[in-house]
Design a protein. Structure first.
Length: 248
């Protein structure tokens, strides 16, 4: 049997929030597939370590600061010598607002999550799309969301991810005629520090029907497919990867 070869549509990528976890693993897979990658994050030390591990170029960037959006994006493009893939991964998980905790959510709690997970996601999509359209690039934008968007919403995290779901559908449809392919991935519980999982811990998870966490490698491999030539007719969808966690 012949090996399946993934042919990516682009070769110059920006991956936001890639100091660790899903973003870092996607960056590593892109580099393995011959893509030049810039990874972004807010912590210079952690980002430098991730760059060394992945072979990507680090750019310290707090994407919640919209005033720096264009300048930082241009810096990334200059370092890459072009641009045709955005992996919109930067996000924060906040345990505040779940269940009756919703009664205690403050404006500061709300803004912290929304500014990164939704507002910044929107404006970096806008910035990337403008660049692709101006330069007639048939590129890809991939949003990393969460199955939390499918849950009954109580707080800012789920609301931010539901918003990203909607933006993925809307932007995907509008940009489809231009050759820009826009999709999302909605992971369930992934074996990352964000979910209180650390290297060496068991992957077992009793609330997931498959019996274990999703791994960052599984999410990254799915990302490679969605960024490939084989997936150009998948547009505006957020593909769930959760071991049937969200099926109730």
């Amino acid at each position: 049997m012949e090996a399946i070869i993934i042919k990516l549509r682009g070769n110059k990528a920006i991956v936001t929030g890639a100091s660790r976890g899903i973003g870092l693993e996607i960056a590593k897979e892109l580099v393995k597939n011959g893509v030049s990658v810039v990874i972004t994050g807010r912590n210079e030390k952690t980002l430098a370590e991730a760059a060394k591990e992945s072979g990507a170029i680090p750019v310290v960037w707090d994407i919640s600061d919209i005033s720096q959006m264009q300048t930082k994006f241009d810096e990334c493009v200059d370092l890459l010598g072009g641009f045709d893939i955005l992996v919109n991964n930067a996000g924060v998980f906040d345990k505040v607002g779940w269940g009756m905790g919703m009664l205690n959510v403050t404006e500061e709690d709300w803004d912290r999550v929304m500014d990164i997970n939704l507002k910044a996601a929107f404006f970096i999509m806008q910035t990337a799309a403008k660049y692709m359209l101006a330069n007639e690039i048939r590129g890809n934008i991939l949003n990393i969301s969460s199955v939390a968007a499918n849950e009954p919403l109580q707080g800012p995290y789920g609301a931010s991810k539901a918003g990203l779901f909607g933006l993925t559908r809307g932007w995907g449809r509008v940009l489809a005629p231009t050759g820009i392919v826009l999709n999302g991935i909605a992971p369930g519980p992934v074996a990352t520090e964000m979910n209180d999982w650390h290297e060496g811990d068991s992957l077992a998870h009793t609330r997931i029907p498959t019996g274990r966490f999703v791994t960052v490698d599984e999410v990254a491999k799915l990302a490679m497919y969605l960024l490939s030539e084989d997936a150009v007719q998948i547009i505006g969808h957020s593909i769930v990867c959760d071991g049937a966690y969200d099926i109730k």
